[in-house]
Ligand binder design. Structure first.
Ligand code: NAP
Length: 285
């Protein structure tokens, strides 16, 4: 079985490859990358490295030759129109190379999410259906790392976590857990033409995060809930570029409105224990 992974040099793709190697199966693992030098340094000799750029149909057609299962990791571009075009290019190449089954990293609850990037993922899912390829939509939730990262050190220093999430809760998952789940899906037959939503089975709130930060740092941190315009002002004043501030406040508003608070059982079923909020926080600060 030939399993190919696009975006293989990125955080998610790299961890999926490590997970596949750990499973010690007999599959041929193909890393599809836009930077072969980077991949040569990153991967052991057992990994077959092929050049494939989302902007270059011919490179992808070649990279996908004889691939049975393709994990198509969504493009990291900030411009969703650019992403739509790149994704269509990847899907057309996969169709023309007669890939056996395409696994796409979509977005959790994409069909009713109010977060704007859901539209890109739904459009990509639709294009995959148009291709008539067999598919598995791996709907990833927001990464826990989007919220729980080294920037929390600033909250520890200031003693406050400022958001417009109110009392809202959310269902994030760590990128490592999502990579493990994707590797498990790739090594399991089935899931043809199915959606697997990997939203966490646990919820957390920013009040929980402030409490955990207090515990981890030994310094009192509170969650200060503000309005959406106040949050944007605060983020910009703290040095965040305006588009990023607006996107962050939009995400926080969705959390406040309860739009990211639906849990799903599949991630736990696929990987066992999920990484906890506490583990993530202790690692980050
Ligand atoms: N659910 C979430 O919260 C969340 C958050 C952030 C991102 N995402 C999405 O999830 C994807 C995977 O996450 P990640 O953390 O692994 O992202 P990442 O570390 O930024 O990795 C992105 C990968 O895409 C590759 N890439 C970029 N442009 C390309 C092109 N034109 N052709 C081929 N490959 C290209 C990059 O190659 P290089 O190594 O050469 O740069 C890298 O391997 C992201 O791309 C994004 O779509 C989801």
């Amino acid at each position: 079985m030939k399993i190919a992974i696009t975006g293989a040099t990125g955080h998610l793709g790299n961890t999926v490859i490590q997970e596949l190697l750990d499973k010690k199966g007999n599959d041929t693992i193909i890393a599809v990358v836009r930077n072969k030098e980077k991949a040569d340094k990153q991967f052991p000799a057992a990994i077959n490295i092929r050049y494939g750029n989302y902007n270059d149909y011919a490179s992808l057609l070649k990279a996908f030759s004889e691939v049975d299962k393709l994990l198509f990791i969504s493009s990291p571009s900030n411009d969703d129109m650019e992403r739509v075009v790149q994704h269509a290019t990847v899907i057309k190449a996969a169709r023309d190379a007669s890939v056996g089954q395409i696994y796409y990293t979509s977005f959790s609850h994409a069909d009713h999410s109010t977060i704007s990037l859901a539209k890109l993922h739904l459009a990509t899912e639709a294009a995959i259906k148009v291709s008539n390829l067999d598919y598995t939509f791996i709907r990833n939730p927001l990464y826990s790392e989007v919220f729980i990262n080294a920037s929390l050190k600033e909250s520890v220093a200031s003693g406050e976590l400022v958001t417009n999430t109110g009392k809202g809760t959310l269902n994030t998952a760590s990128r490592d857990d999502l990579a493990k789940a994707a590797a498990t899906l790739l090594c399991t037959d089935g899931y043809r033409n199915e959606i697997v939503d990997l939203a966490s089975s646990h919820l957390w709130s920013f009040d929980d995060l402030a409490e955990t930060l207090t515990e981890a740092s030994g310094k009192k941190v509170i969650h200060r809930a503000v309005s959406q315009p106040e949050a944007i002002q605060h983020f910009v004043a703290s040095g965040m570029p305006e588009p990023a501030a607006e996107f962050t406040a939009e995400m926080y508003q969705a959390i406040s409105d309860g739009d990211i608070s639906q849990t799903e059982p599949h991630l736990t079923k696929l990987i066992g224990q999920e990484t906890t909020l506490k583990e993530m926080v202790f690692r980050s600060i």
